[in-house]
Structures are given as C-alpha cells and as structure tokens.
Ligand binder design. Structure first.
Ligand code: GAP
Length: 453
C-alpha cells in the first residue's frame, strides 16, 4: 500500500473540512496555541486515550490510574522546581518586540543562554530586525483562587500531569497495597505559556498529556528505563499501527534535559514539518520524591519487606502528548491514490482508531423501500458499533470519497438486489473493492475487520 507524506496544510485543511480540529473561538479570530476538537477529532482522540489506558493500566497488574485536579497547592510547583526552572530561552525582536524561542532561531536543541547568545550574535529576527539578548521565560500559567488577587491567592495551572501523581504516591501505595515496582498513570490537561506555539496542534498552550510514573528501587533504573522506552516504541507500532520508518530515537544532550531529568530519550515522529519529539521516557531519579518530602515534611521513603532496605524510590516516567499523537496518526494515515481513474485522499487509519467505523447508504435516497431497509441495517450496526454514519448525500461515488477522507474502514450500500435477496455491498476503504454479503453476516464481518490486527 502506498503512502504520501502530507504537508501541514494538507492536515490542517482536512481537519477543518471534515471536522477533526478547529481553531478555538474561531468566530472571534481564534487564540494562538488553543484548539477545539470536532466530532471526528474527539472520536479519534478518545480511541487513542482508550488504547493507551488499556495498554498502560488494564494490561498491567501494577499500574493504577488517578485523575488529579488541574490546580493544586502552589507549594507542589515550588518543590518540583517548576516555579524556578520551568523555562524556555526567549529572544525579542528589538523593533517589533515580537518574542521568539531562542533555541529555535538558533537551530539547536539547547537551553544554555551563553551558547545561544553566541549563536544569535549576528542573526536577525524573522522580520529582519536586530535581536536582544536571550533570557529565560517561565512557562507556568497562573491565576488566583478566591476573591482577592494577591500573592497569597496565586496558583498555577499544572504544566505537567506528573505533579499530582507524586503527591498521591502515598495514597495509591496505601490504598492499593502496592509494593515496588508500581506505576501511577494519568490522562489530563496541562498548560504551558509557550513563547511560540506553532505547527498546528504540535505545540500548543493547552495540551493533554498521557503520563505514567513508575516507582522503583534505584538499583533497577537502567533495566526499567529500557523497558519503558521499548513499551512506547511497541505501542506506536503494534497497537497504533504507525510505520516504523516514521519513528526514530533522540537522546537528550546535557543542555537539553528538563531540570528534573537524569536521562531522557524521545521518540521522534516524522511530522509534516520534520522529525520532532512525540513521546519522552525520562529517568527522574529521586528528584521529585526527595523534594516533596523536604517541602511537605512527609516521609516518602520506602522500606523493602524482604531486605529491610530503606530508600527514596526512583521514578521512570513515560510521557506523551495526546494532541501530538493525534497529529502523528493523521500524518501516518494520510495517503493519495487513484480509484477508477479518480484521485482520492484516503486516511488509512488502523480500524481500531478510525473515528467512524462504517457508513450506511441507500443507493437512491428517493426510493422508500431502499431507505427503509438501509435504516434497519444502520440501526443494527449503530447499536453494536456506536460510531456509524448514515450517508445519503450526493451520488455513491461522492459518498465513498467523503468516507475515504475521514478514514471510514467500511461502506455498506443497500441496492435493488438487497430487496430481492437480503444482501448488501461492503466496500473496503483501502482496496476500494466491493463484496456482496448477506445482512446476517454483516456484523460478524465488521467485528473481524475492525479488530485491525
Ligand atoms: N512530565 C514530563 C513532561 O511533561 P515534556 O517533554 O515536557 O515532559 C511530555 O512533555 C510530552 O508532552 C511531549 O513529549 C509532548 O508529546 C507533549 N508536549 C509537551 N509540550 C507540549 C506542547 N506545548 N504542545 C503539545 N504537546 C506537548
């Protein structure tokens, strides 16, 4: 099967045209770095979340889920080092005062301000003006709780979901009677005041993360780190069906790692704008639990039942952005080919991911006997597969093109022969081939095809 690498414009325009992703508050001109998911985007995003949760939580007997609040006691973010250190290097155009990510203008993965100043010394801004000195810009978004907007009431919107996992370490360990090693997983929103949100939903200011923190004995750190790197790689290929050729590894250098990380490996995906970070595995050592223990006064050490050894657990973290994963599967699925002499765009989603599982059409919408039978088939499939569409708009060729563009694996058409022998045609998205089968066999056929293995 062929595959065409789309441009970002291909993905943005298909997303808008077909209802995957819209600019947020679009009728007011939008807001940079914020997006809304449309009817198909939310189905795709829910499918991704569910597959991740199944693999991360349900398939394991020692990973537990939580859903923490977005706003926490601000002491959490002081102890975690985010208030002081969650910053990106920023540089300003001295004429327009537009602000840019200094590392991006310099074309390096670095947060070292001296190195960036040197690299940018003779560079101009994208508008051709001189640049100021690079400096650090904190990305924490803040607001106030209660009626008085003073420093005592200042709180932060979480910049990563991990925070409430560390603060719930004891709660989960005790309530689930968990022994090391065990993990805590969470899916939820996080907020970052990105200096230059860009590349559609790749870098946004309101994002959704899928994270898991795995608490271990420090002596196991290398082995467990490798296991979680492998987990991420396998999930993308075997569960989501992403092409291996679109993936690569990137190890963080010394000036690139987050303030809490001792080691970090990203899986890069070949996005329309080039290979970029999709999924990070980090060794956070005992950085978080040690700092939270100090700041809260709680004992967060662990005592091994058998050996009696007492230590602060290390944490290996697996962290991926849901929006980036959605952009990756859309890029990976995008294809152009020719069917019956006509060009089409086809989203070759793994059927498990497809936002719409099947579309049902009467061949002609003005023949009540065709419409009646088609409505029965539609009701039957909808009750079993949920995300099934009724489509009687335009001629049958147009309907197929429309379903191809949203990646619907199967189209079912009720024609005159259906009235004679209770059969329908089942069209396969990828091959565009049609087969005739009895209505009684339809559910079973779809069930097998939609497993997508
Ligand atoms: N808890 C670790 C952590 O947050 P990170 O590398 O800053 O690490 C993890 O973020 C993942 O979250 C990234 O690999 C990426 O998929 C996603 N992500 C981070 N910043 C993002 C942004 N501004 N927009 C969209 N996704 C983002």
């Amino acid at each position: 099967m062929s595959s065409t690498k789309p441009t970002m414009e291909d993905i943005v325009s298909l997303s808008k045209r077909r209802g995957f992703v819209f600019q947020s508050s679009e009728i007011y001109g939008g807001l940079s770095g914020f997006y809304d998911y449309g009817p198909l985007g939310i189905e795709l995003s829910n499918n991704l979340k569910q597959l991740w949760w199944d693999a991360m939580v349900h398939a394991k007997d020692n990973v537990f889920g939580v859903d923490g609040a977005i706003i926490q006691n601000p002491m959490l973010w002081q102890a975690s080092g985010h208030v002081a250190g969650f910053a990106d290097p920023m540089v300003e155009d001295t004429v327009t005062h537009k602000r840019y990510r200094a590392d991006q203008l310099a074309g390096v993965d670095s947060t070292d301000l001296t190195e960036l100043a040197k690299l940018l010394e003779h560079k101009k801004s994208p508008d051709g003006n001189p640049l100021g000195k690079p400096r650090s810009f904190n990305m924490m978004m803040q607001t106030w709780v209660g009626p008085i907007e003073d420093d005592a009431a200042k709180v932060y919107l979480r910049p990563e979901t991990a925070g409430s996992i560390f603060t719930n370490y004891l709660n989960v360990k005790d309530t689930m009677r968990a022994k090391l090693p065990f993990g805590i997983a969470q899916v939820g929103k996080a907020f970052r005041n990105e200096i230059s949100p860009r590349d559609f939903i790749f870098r946004v200011r309101e994002l959704e993360q899928m994270e898991m923190q795995y608490f271990i004995n420090p002596k196991d750190q290398e082995k467990v780190y490798e296991e979680w790197r492998q987990f991420a790689w396998n999930f993308l290929i075997s569960t989501l069906g992403i092409k291996e050729s679109n993936l690569s590894w990137h190890e963080h250098g010394d000036t690139e790692r987050a303030h809490y990380a001792k080691a970090a490996h990203d899986i890069y995906f070949n996005f329309p704008q080039g290979p970029k970070e999709l999924w990070g595995t980090h060794n956070r050592s005992d950085f978080d639990l040690t700092n939270h223990a100090k700041a809260s006064g709680k004992d967060l050490t662990y005592t091994d039942d058998k050996s009696g050894e007492q230590f602060t657990p290390y944490v290996i973290e697996s962290s991926v952005g849901l929006g980036r994963m959605l952009l990756a599967v859309m890029t990976d699925a995008f294809d152009r080919d020719e069917v019956g002499g006509e060009q089409r765009i086809v989203m070759r989603f793994n059927p498990k991911l497809a936002p719409v599982k099947a579309a049902v059409s009467p061949l002609l919408k003005n023949k009540p006997e065709l419409v009646d039978l088609a409505r029965k088939v539609y009701a039957q499939l909808k009750s079993e597969f949920g995300s099934v569409l009724w489509d009687d708009n335009g001629n049958i060729g147009k309907r197929y093109r429309r379903q191809d563009e949203i990646g619907t694996p199967y189209c079912i058409t009720i024609d005159f022969e259906s009235l004679d022998n209770n059969t329908v045609t089942l069209r396969d998205r990828d091959t565009a081939k049609q087969t005739r089968l009895s209505i009684d066999e339809l559910s079973q056929n779809l069930r097998e095809g939609l497993r997508g293995n």
